[in-house]
Design a protein around this ligand. Structure first.
Ligand SMILES: Cc1ncc(COP(=O)(O)O)c(C=O)c1O
Length: 493
């Protein structure tokens, strides 16, 4: 028996030992394929044909291959050439229940939902009668502790962009002490000038990703290609801790590194405030995802939260990628055990629509200040409601914890077996990553070779492979991924 098999079996048997204390996830009866099957080059001939067609109409730099979504099922993505992939990337981490999940098909096939699908409303002006109930059953049903309000949006960038605005409005409302804006403020804001457009700032971290729209981009620092040529805002950028993994073996060093970063946060607050450019808020991801799956400890986030309080700034947690159960908790920041909840939590991706949760204080004080035509999409709320129900009924958070444990143990074993190729296996739930020692080229080669073996995965940061499966990803899928990676690494060794 191979060492890998033994490791997986021992992790499975340790899971079995604890099963009597854990609430076991309901056995998922998924209608899906037995495993990946690859018949052509990737992209295959039909994909290449479609790529030529599309390229004459639009840029296609990022297209990998074309998909057959009708045939895709559960954890498996089918392409137009009939190749079947075990998908651990799930449309850039955005499908909670995999492909064609019956609970979602039911929502979309329900005649009662037809008018929601056909008549897309301008939700801010003319919401349908069932909107309050839909918001209650989908978003509010999973609202982070302490956050009783929600604003719906379309995508992650749009959610952050509007949350930033909410922070600046909150700050200025406090500054005015309840007085209305002055005529000068109303006039100067029309020309992007102070005092109507005040010189306020928002702090973010090196390596962060909060979206690609102009405001968000000022707080995104993961890759130069996202920012190149775009004018931006001179806002404070604090260092994000560069921790050593495994975390539990480097506690003292990591604590010192987090201390260094938190000291810088203090220093930046002081520097910008004394320059007359107040820092109104801090935005942070619970795990920096696009930036390379960089972790920090719950203590770091608790202290960061305390610092924002100390300086009267808002604390915005961007859960666009970490939310919806992938870490084994619905929200990753639940794991920090904060005394004071965040002021704002943004979401999108696996919630299927975007938006932000917030406290009462962050309600806009008049109409059209936080607004756009659609403000999200009610059919996405209906789907989100089905996701929330399915996750509860099928105990999918426990499933995530169990599948994640098998995957992480498998990757840890691989980094021991291939010490010149891999390091730093890390993760929470199935939000798991591993670094490739040979850098970007090495990582990309592994991703390509995995694809040839039928594993659809993704990269992040400079040299990281990230796993972002759906919540229905199970321990046997994790074994398939580890075995495929073992074969790829053996071929490269
Ligand atoms: C943490 C985080 N915030 C914001 C965004 C932006 O979301 P969207 O691509 O939906 O605009 C992303 C996207 O990857 C993200 O990972």
């Amino acid at each position: 028996m191979s060492l890998l098999r033994k490791t997986l079996q021992s992790s499975l048997s340790s899971l079995k030992q604890v099963r009597h204390v854990l609430a076991a996830p309901k056995k998922l009866s998924l209608d899906e394929f037995d495993g990946p099957s690859i018949k052509t080059d990737i992209p295959g001939p039909r994909s290449k044909e479609l790529l030529r067609e599309l390229n004459s109409l639009s840029t296609t730099h990022e297209v990998q291959f074309f998909c057959n979504y009708e045939e895709s099922k559960g954890n498996y993505l089918v392409d137009v050439d009939g190749n079947v992939f075990l998908d651990i990337f799930m449309q850039i981490s955005s499908l909670p229940l995999g492909y064609n999940h019956p609970a979602l098909l039911k929502v979309l096939n329900d005649p009662a939902n037809l008018s929601t699908l056909v008549n897309r409303p301008a939700l801010g002006n003319l919401p349908p009668a069932d909107f309050p109930l839909r918001v209650q059953n989908s978003l509010i049903a999973v609202a982070p502790k302490g956050l009783t309000n929600v604003k719906t949006m379309a995508c992650g960038s749009c959610s952050n962009e509007n949350a930033y605005k909410a922070i600046f409005m909150w700050y200025m409302t406090k500054q005015r002490g309840g007085a209305p804006p002055s005529p000068e403020e109303l006039e100067t804001c029309m020309y992007n000038k102070s005092p109507g457009a005040p010189d306020l700032t928002l702090m973010s971290f090196t390596g962060a990703f909060h979206g690609r729209t102009l405001g968000c981009l000022a707080t995104t620092h993961s890759k130069a290609i996202h920012k190149l040529d775009i004018p931006s805002l001179d806002w404070p950028i604090a260092p994000f801790p560069q921790l050593k993994y495994p975390l539990e073996e480097h506690e003292a060093e990591n604590r010192a590194e987090e201390r260094r970063c938190l000291d810088q946060v203090h220093a930046l607050f002081r520097e910008y405030t004394s320059a007359g450019r107040p820092v109104c808020g801090v935005v942070v991801e619970p795990v920096q995802a696009e930036g390379g799956d960089n972790h920090a400890s719950p203590e770091f986030f608790r202290e960061l939260r305390a610092i924002t309080k100390e300086y009267g700034a808002a604390f915005l947690v961007d859960e666009v990628q970490t939310g919806v159960g992938v870490t084994g908790s619905w929200w990753a920041h639940d794991l920090w055990q904060l005394d004071d909840p965040p002021d704002i939590v943004t979401f999108a991706k696996k919630m299927l629509g975007g938006g932000y949760f917030h406290t009462e204080e962050f309600r806009a004080n008049s109409g059209y200040r936080i607004f756009n035509t659609w403000l999200g999409e009610p059919s996405k709320l209906a789907m989100c409601e089905a996701v929330v129900k399915t996750v509860q009924e099928e105990n999918l958070l426990e499933n995530v914890r169990q599948a994640g444990s098998v995957l992480l143990d498998g990757l840890k074993h691989l980094q021991t077996k291939y010490p010149t190729q891999l390091e730093n296996a890390r993760g929470l739930g199935t939000f798991i990553a591993i670094d490739c020692k040979g850098g970007d080229a090495h990582r990309n080669k592994i991703l390509t070779d995995l694809k040839r073996k039928g594993i659809q995965s993704g990269g992040c940061g400079e040299r990281t492979i990230r796993c972002r499966p759906a919540l229905i990803f199970q321990p046997h899928h994790a074994e398939m991924v580890v075995n495929a990676m073992d074969e790829v690494l053996a071929e490269q060794a």
